[in-house]
Design a binder for this molecule. Structure first.
Ligand SMILES: [Zn+2]
Length: 245
């Protein structure tokens, strides 16, 4: 009743479709938007998380992973789906539109996939991909942490939100060549000294919103391994192909 009253006074809108939400719709996103998402089913690439065509099953490396050759320093990456509409609008609203609530359904999907695939049982701690401190300040939040926090809660694993630090801002990766990408992120992540003891000998679930080339992911996984992590698993909302941008 309170919500119905609030909906009249302050109508809630779906941040993606912009339509007003009905009183019995929990939000934050309209249900038809969630249904339109290309959610990952039983067919996916375990290296990068990308959904594969129906009937393909689980592949160890999809075409783009084989083209990239070197992995991402991760044992397995789980993605909710591909970076196409409406996922793209959801990720952008979460990142730039201050629509923090969008993290909730995405984190719920990810948690379910992590449990279904047995990854949940493999990981000991949850670490969000860090933003550079200036970016974090400007945005007021880290969208990777918005996803990581409910996942950690649902899996009953410690959330180490400050375990890693980004030493500098980086250029957008998608426009760079593979070599430039690696140089761009080389040494950009470090595990804070206070967390090295906590990270050592653990399996880490590294969480981010979108993964495109995977070089950022690889650099962060490397930093965790340098700190002694025995394995790094990835969880991302969306796996983007280079031409999805
Ligand atoms: Zn792949």
């Amino acid at each position: 009743m309170l919500r119905a009253a609030l909906d009249i006074l302050l109508p809630r809108h779906c941040p993606v479709s912009r339509r007003p939400l009905l009183a019995d719709e929990p939000g934050p996103v309209a249900p038809e938007v969630l249904r339109a998402m290309a959610v990952c089913g039983p067919d996916y690439c375990s290296r990068c998380g990308a959904p594969q065509g129906p009937g393909v099953g689980v592949v160890a490396a999809c075409d783009s992973c084989r083209a990239a050759r070197d992995g991402f320093g991760t044992t397995e990456i789980t993605a909710v789906g591909r970076y196409t509409e409406p996922m793209r609008s959801m990720c952008k609203a979460m990142k730039f539109g201050n629509a923090r609530d969008i993290a909730r359904p995405l984190a719920a999907y990810l948690t379910q996939l992590l449990m279904d695939r047995g990854v949940a049982q493999q990981v000991d701690v949850v670490v969000p991909m860090p933003l550079h401190v200036l970016r974090r300040f400007e945005r007021g939040y880290n969208q990777a942490e918005l996803l990581a926090a409910p996942i950690a809660r649902a899996l009953a694993k410690p959330l180490l939100a400050n375990a890693m630090r980004r030493t500098r801002g980086t250029e957008r990766q998608a426009r760079l060549s593979p070599l430039e990408r690696r140089r761009n992120v080389d040494g950009v992540f470090v595990v804070r000294p206070a967390f090295v003891g906590t990270i050592a000998e653990t399996s880490v679930l590294l969480v981010d919103d979108v993964m495109t080339t995977g070089s950022t992911f690889a650099a962060a996984a490397q930093a965790l391994k340098t700190a002694g992590a025995k394995a790094v698993y990835g969880a991302i909302a969306a796996r983007a192909a280079l031409d999805d941008e």
